[in-house]
Design a protein around this ligand. Sequence first.
Ligand SMILES: [Zn+2]
Ligand SMILES: [Zn+2]
Length: 170
Amino acid sequence: MRIELENLEGGKGDFAHVYQPDDLNPVDERISLTAPATVTGKVRLAGNEVFVNGHVDTRAQVECDRCLKPVELPVDADFALEYITGSAYASSEGAELTEAEMSVSVFDGEAIDVDEIVKEQILLAVPTRMLCREDCKGICPECGTDRNTGDCSCVTNDIDPRWAALKNLT
Ligand SMILES: [Zn+2]
Ligand SMILES: [Zn+2]
């Protein structure tokens, strides 16, 4: 969904959309959606700037970092974004950018791409490291056995944490 700024009455408007998972999948190489994504928000124009704020709600799935099992998590994110047209951005170049200004996105001045906003909010909401559970034992690097469900007889070079502690004493 794109919001054409020239269609905004009085320089502002509300938007709402429901994406089916397949509309956005894959969000990136590790994240996919398992439920529809609902986005609601408001757009406000002020000179060369556009302010967009709203909310994204969905469920995302990623692989556990250790055992590769799918892990689902809710996405429930508020966002407040600021856009500035390319020409206005270029004229402000050279001016020292504050941290707040760094989060400003540059756009073509014609439309806001809501699909991109929703994808970005999902990416921000999913942690870069994800475990199916705190103490996931992972997969044996030798034979591929899921160590959460069974032991294998492989000898690996993992140092027993108790011995590692002793080693640090000497
Ligand atoms: Zn796991
Ligand atoms: Zn093994």
